[in-house]
Design a protein around this ligand. Sequence first.
Ligand code: HEC
Ligand code: HEC
Length: 389
Amino acid sequence: MSRHPLRTWMLAGALAGSLSLSCREPEEPFPNIDELELLQSLHTPTHAPPKDPTNKYGDNPAAAALGERLFKDPGLSRCGTVSCQSCHDGEGRTVDTPTATGCDGQLTGRNPPTVLNSGYSTWFMWDGRADRLWNQALLPLLSPVEMASSPDILRARLSELYAEDYRALFGKLPAEETDDNLLLANFGKAIAAYERTLNRNDAPFDQDVVRFLAAVEAGTAEKDPAYLGLKTFVRKGQCAACHKGPMLSDDQFHNVGVKDQSGSQRGVATAGTEMLAWPFNSAGPYSDAPTGVESTRLQRLSSDLREKASEMEGAYKTPTLRNVTLTAPYMHTGEVKTLEDVIELYDKGGEASGSYAGVVSETIKPLELTDEEKRALLKLLESMTGAAK
Ligand code: HEC
Ligand code: HEC
């Protein structure tokens, strides 16, 4: 890539002994060793979401059953009309508009991500404002724009409809739980137990990758129907630099140059710092993990925020690409309407600098994809939607 085009041309000319032959150097066969490793990381998860040591109710079926009822209950909101489900509904478990509507018609600042497969992630919200699934749930509950609730409203509603279920799990009636924070954390842990059951994997994409890897072994990779799509995803488009592993996400933060002039445009640079000081974070007193277990993860974020400040500026979490056909519109702003538009955005190397905070990650640059490559990439993205249950 870094080789000077003129030198390449002269080399090719010299090797061929004639200027009339193609001046392109022969391309390295796809995949090379590193690319093969990336391809091998792209497979449907082989197990349920990994245990969350910070939530001892995470895999408790009674907690999941209570969590499901809470997730769907608008009575937990101050206005009485908004539940988690209001903004995480339908097949894609999101909305089909750029932002969503909370209490009194207020609009959220960002696009709701899907909650499908959320148990596989360890950072939540586009900007990493929450570091575990259970503590994430407290943010929409208490947000004045979303459910506008409070510990008192939560306690009253739990007492009204869920008192015995709550006691069976947490050992006290909600009315007896005088520690507001503990009440909130328990609520979050039940919700998370439910969300951990919302998984949708096993996509046609996964079968394509398995077949492609067999073709690589057999030396027939180029003849495989998924060849161009996977090659564009892994090599020319560099998509798999970030969208890798079973969830097609590295669960890290990057700046891909999405236009955002809002007050919260700095992404993880501001939100991450706030989360590190949050009493509900996974190293705090409401976490079920033994002291210290979660702090390595948080310390790494903390040092990234200091030492890689320019990379973290305007950076957002790499979303999963699983089920991406069900979750339009796209990006944290929800302003990118279709997958074709997403591909165009990457093809031009992000929006013009200055229309978002910070600078784009080094893999984000003009790609010069051909129409054929764009079509193959689109087909690949469309194949990532899992089988309906
Ligand atoms: C009014 C709409 C609205 C309501 C109500 C709502 N959400 Fe969300 N949800 C959003 C938006 C918008 C985001 C992204 C916010 C951000 O990143 O700034 C989000 C993000 C999330 C995420 C993070 C997903 C990820 O991959 O990072 C989870 C999980 C989630 N919501 C679950 C819930 C739960 C649980 C509730 C109820 C307690 C809930 N939501 C209520 C709109 C809503
Ligand atoms: C440097 C890491 C990185 C690279 C490279 C990258 N992405 Fe992304 N991708 C992200 C991040 C981060 C977001 C969210 C950005 C935002 O909203 O600001 C995202 C968002 C998306 C979305 C929107 C998903 C949703 O739910 O809104 C799609 C689709 C997507 N990427 C596909 C691709 C494709 C195709 C490529 C290759 C052409 C690619 N990505 C390359 C990190 C990356």
